[in-house]
Design a binder for this molecule. Structure first.
Ligand SMILES: *[C@@H]1O[C@H](CO)[C@@H](O)[C@H](O)[C@H]1NC(C)=O
Ligand SMILES: *[C@@H]1O[C@H](CO)[C@@H](O)[C@H](O)[C@H]1NC(C)=O
Ligand SMILES: *[C@@H]1O[C@H](CO)[C@@H](O)[C@H](O)[C@H]1NC(C)=O
Ligand SMILES: *[C@@H]1O[C@H](CO)[C@@H](O)[C@H](O)[C@H]1NC(C)=O
Ligand SMILES: *[C@@H]1O[C@H](CO)[C@@H](O)[C@H](O)[C@H]1NC(C)=O
Ligand SMILES: *[C@@H]1O[C@H](CO)[C@@H](O)[C@H](O)[C@H]1NC(C)=O
Ligand SMILES: *[C@@H]1O[C@H](CO)[C@@H](O)[C@H](O)[C@H]1NC(C)=O
Ligand SMILES: *[C@@H]1O[C@H](CO)[C@@H](O)[C@H](O)[C@H]1NC(C)=O
Ligand SMILES: *[C@@H]1O[C@H](CO)[C@@H](O)[C@H](O)[C@H]1NC(C)=O
Length: 508
């Protein structure tokens, strides 16, 4: 899981040497690259398995990774099309590596009992064992081999792959990527592992966090480069040995893994990114853990993978990735970022709204097209009132919910009412470009302004109000009700229309 990692210093090499173009042997798997999610469960109110699965389906999540082999979740996934990587926890590696019987006793109840109703695609044996539990390193390959033997015995070895996720700091000198190599102290295990992966056509699983590379090399690695933002050519990193241009840190990290394998003469193993992500909140030492950066990183990551961009070294191969992680894990301890890597809160409301339109249906239900139009901060009340009058009058926004007694009346102030009315207008215009302006006093936001019983138009929040709560007698008693009402008295209507047209023209 995401823990602070040491990443070797990241010098930028602009020196240019003669380039030998890399040989290319890796073949893209037949399947399209995909984006999956990790599901950690250090959560005080974790969704019950059936709810979890319907949430995944609603969000069109097709690939998940679990940190164990929870039987209730595996059962709930049965007969769905969701593909799952299950994990052997680190504390079971010793037992499994020591005994083929123990390995078989792991495969039977955790894998064979569910497959093929539950589409288990791979076993992740431990997590970051070589770097976090070095004492288990010598048991890693025996555990992998004995689990493989057990899969063979169940005749599941062609459908289900076995590998083990690594922290990216097993790779030294990762930049420029062509000079990267595996830490030699770990070579005995890594060489055996790569032979196994090559023989069984399984991926090298890597946890890769441009966030930590950026944090540990501030001033050297640009933030834009870490977030996949477009770069001016002068900011691209050039690998002096290959002359390849790197526009983002993740691609450089993936290529450092390919180079490291190449150094060991392995060129037919694909890299699978089992974890990557960006935290949305941190403590005072983590100023770049923000909602904006997390949104930018994950949105751009999804686009990058689904665009099949490949990497500079292997443009023909796009690694699939698993975002770390689906839910914020509130029970994880400091630093603050540890509990804030999620795309969603534990109750399945989004932490932020990804910008992934055009990238298919993945996470699109709650995430794309989720923009709202609200009143800007710091605008004087009179200007807002004029815009509000226009929106509810000639603009034909639906202002019924901001009448006294209705759900969005409180807090009773012009800013709140204007936000509701602006958003209603914006929705009615199909969120067209330019329909959220109101002479510059409105602003588009991805934060759902719904609050309490008040649900804004376009919100995916289901109102929990019962209609009987609304006391219709209250609605007519408010002194300023007519101010917002679409059905104004006629004389007002004409005046409103004139004011409105003038206002509208001035907007244009
Ligand atoms: C497990 O089985 C394999 C092949 O069947 C054998 O080579 C290996 O020595 C066994 N391991 C243990 C710990 O018994
Ligand atoms: C390489 O791995 C060994 C064993 O885990 C570790 O002690 C050493 O610090 C690592 N080397 C580097 C440069 O990280
Ligand atoms: C890789 O192959 C080269 C050339 O065949 C050889 O010299 C080198 O020792 C090999 N390296 C490893 C780690 O097997
Ligand atoms: C999003 O999810 C809701 C609730 O399950 C469902 O009613 C709606 O049809 C979904 N929308 C899309 C675009 O899939
Ligand atoms: C997002 O909005 C655009 C234009 O309003 C529409 O064409 C597209 O289908 C919408 N996408 C989703 C997932 O609702
Ligand atoms: C206005 O909004 C309310 C509450 O959302 C809804 O019940 C009503 O049908 C809407 N009126 C029109 C004319 O769309
Ligand atoms: C209507 O007004 C009464 C009395 O002021 C208040 O107690 C009640 O909560 C109001 N109802 C609504 C729905 O605002
Ligand atoms: C449901 O109502 C409560 C207040 O009664 C409010 O705090 C909560 O945010 C509402 N939830 C939704 C989803 O609207
Ligand atoms: C509705 O509001 C009126 C006056 O504000 C009050 O007398 C009446 O009790 C309220 N009815 C309900 C059901 O809240």
């Amino acid at each position: 899981m995401a823990v602070l990692r040491l990443v070797a210093l990241f010098p930028i090499f602009f020196l240019i040497f003669a380039a030998a173009l890399p040989e290319v042997k890796v073949q893209q798997a037949k399947d399209e690259p995909y984006v999956g999610v990790n599901i950690g469960t250090d959560i005080s109110n974790f969704l019950p398995p059936a709810k979890l699965v319907s949430f995944l389906q609603q969000q069109k999540v097709t690939h998940i990774r679990l940190y164990d082999a929870d039987p209730d979740i595996l059962k709930a996934l049965s007969k769905t099309k969701i593909r799952v990587i299950i994990s052997v926890p680190n504390n079971q590696i010793l037992g499994i590596g020591s005994s083929n019987t123990t390995a078989a006793n792991w495969i039977n109840p955790n894998v064979a009992a569910f497959y093929p109703d539950t589409l288990i695609t791979a076993l992740a044996v431990g997590d970051e064992v070589l770097t976090t539990v070095p004492s288990l390193s010598s048991m890693l390959m025996p555990a992998i081999e004995s689990l493989y033997s057990a899969l063979v015995a169940s005749n599941l070895h062609t459908q289900i792959k076995i590998s083990t996720p690594h922290a990216s700091n097993i790779i030294l000198d990762p930049f420029p990527p062509s000079q990267a190599y595996f830490n030699e102290t770990l070579s005995p295990v890594i060489v055996q592992l790569l032979q196994f992966l090559s023989r069984t056509n399984s991926p090298l699983m890597m946890n890769m966090y441009p966030y930590y590379v950026f944090m540990q090399n501030k001033g050297v690695v640009p933030l834009d480069n870490s977030l996949f933002k477009p770069l001016t050519p002068s900011k691209e990193m050039v690998d002096p040995n290959t002359l390849l241009h790197y526009t983002n840190v993740l691609d450089a990290m993936i290529d450092s893994a390919y180079s490291s394998m190449k150094n060991l003469n392995v060129s037919d193993v694909l890299v699978l990114v089992t974890e990557t992500g960006w935290p949305s909140k941190g403590d005072s030492k983590e100023p770049y853990a923000t909602i904006d950066n997390a949104d930018t990183y994950n949105s751009n990551l999804i686009k990058h993978v689904l665009d099949r961009s490949g990497t500079p070294f292997h443009p023909e191969v796009t690694s699939s990735v698993y975002i770390y992680e689906l839910f914020n894990e509130d029970l994880r301890s400091s630093p603050v970022s540890e509990a804030n890597w999620g795309l969603f809160y534990a109750n399945s409301t989004p932490v932020y709204l990804l910008h992934v339109s055009g990238s298919g249906e993945f996470l699109a239900n709650d995430t794309t097209n989720q923009t709202f139009c609200v009143a800007m901060d710091g605008v004087d009340g009179k200007t807002l009132q004029t815009a509000l009058d226009w929106a509810c009058g000639p603009g034909r926004a639906n202002c019924s919910e901001i009448q006294p007694g209705e759900s969005c009346y409180a807090p009773n102030n012009v800013k709140n009412h204007a936000s509701y009315a602006f958003n209603s207008y914006y929705e009615k215009q199909g969120r067209a470009a330019g329909s959220c302006d109101f002479k510059g006093v409105a602003i588009i936001t991805t934060t759902d302004p719904s609050h309490g019983l008040c649900v804004f138009p376009g919100s995916k929040i289901i109102s929990n109000r019962t209609d009987t709560v609304v006391n219709s007698t209250n609605a007519t008693s408010g002194v300023d009700a007519s101010r917002f009402i679409g059905t104004r008295p006629c004389k007002d209507g004409l005046w409103g229309l004139i004011v409105g047209v003038m206002f509208y023209l001035s907007i244009l």
